[in-house]
Design a protein around this ligand. Structure first.
Ligand code: PEP
Length: 257
């Protein structure tokens, strides 16, 4: 796994331009008090990307988008190609978030095509995987997540300059305030890690991949997750909306690593 921990803010459809800029500025200022050497990424809505980039460009905070097209140009109304995201300074993109899988019918095949297209443009995908409550009740979580990861990786190899992040996000833990037990999360991360080991050379797994946890992660529970072997950062929704709380999450991660 990539050595440094990541903390990624997924602002979803919560902040417009004004609030995204304010939140980004707060995080940049907050980070000055924390000698955190891991990665910090903020993912605003597309309309705020350019404005947020002007805030974070001289800082350790990187810019992420919440989605990307698998196409590069042409008649795809409403879509944004990876090179267009690059144009405004995007380095990371969330792919296959469960909300997109659920509300927009994103399939594993689409996730795979988006992941490939992002990588070709040098954007690091943050690929979200995770089981539903019903799937967990049926004991299908490993099977579901294995299939999602394998399909996302279909046909993908990583050059030395490319990285891929996975975010294990049990759907039933997202936005509920009820995070999964750290030991169980670690188990699911180990399942994902094994697929990475099967798919990529050892060196690539070590240096170019990492696995984040997402699902009601906050400043209180993140240290417990980080004690586990296969958990190396967080995709944060609710606890990233208020910038001060997100800074607290970064602080907690810093203190725990
Ligand atoms: C998410 O939706 O990616 C997420 C992790 O949300 P929350 O932190 O609110 O569970």
């Amino acid at each position: 796994m990539l050595q440094k921990p990541f903390v990624v803010a997924n602002w979803k459809m919560n902040h417009g331009v004004k609030h995204s800029v304010e939140a980004a500025a707060d995080i940049v200022v907050g980070l000055k008090q924390i000698p955190f050497t891991g990665g910090v990424v903020v993912c605003p809505v597309d309309t705020a990307l350019m404005a947020v980039q002007t805030i974070v460009e001289e800082s350790p905070v990187a810019l992420g988008a919440q989605d990307v097209s698998w196409e590069d140009t042409g008649s795809f109304t409403g879509e944004i190609a990876p090179w267009m995201l690059r144009e405004v300074g995007v380095d990371y993109v969330i792919v296959g978030h469960s909300e997109r899988r659920k509300y927009l019918n994103e399939t594993d095949e689409m996730v795979n095509k988006k992941t490939k297209n992002a990588l070709e443009e040098g954007i690091t995908p943050i690929v979200c995987v995770g089981e539903s409550f019903e799937q967990r009740q049926e004991g299908e979580q490993e099977h579901v997540v294995m299939r999602q990861v394998q399909k996302a990786l279909d046909g993908i190899s990583l050059g030395p300059a490319h990285s891929i992040l996975f975010a294990y996000e049990p759907i039933w833990a997202i936005g509920t305030g009820q995070a999964i037990d750290a030991e169980e999360a670690n188990h699911m991360h180990s399942v994902i890690n094994q697929i990475l080991i099967d798919h990529f050379p050892d060196q690539v797994v070590k240096e170019n991949t990492t696995i984040l946890y997402g699902g009601s992660a906050d400043e209180k529970n993140t240290p417990g997750f980080l004690e586990k072997q296969h958990i190396n950062g967080f995709l944060v929704g609710t606890a990233s909306i208020k910038s001060q709380q997100f800074v607290e999450v970064i602080k907690a991660v810093h203190n725990a690593t």
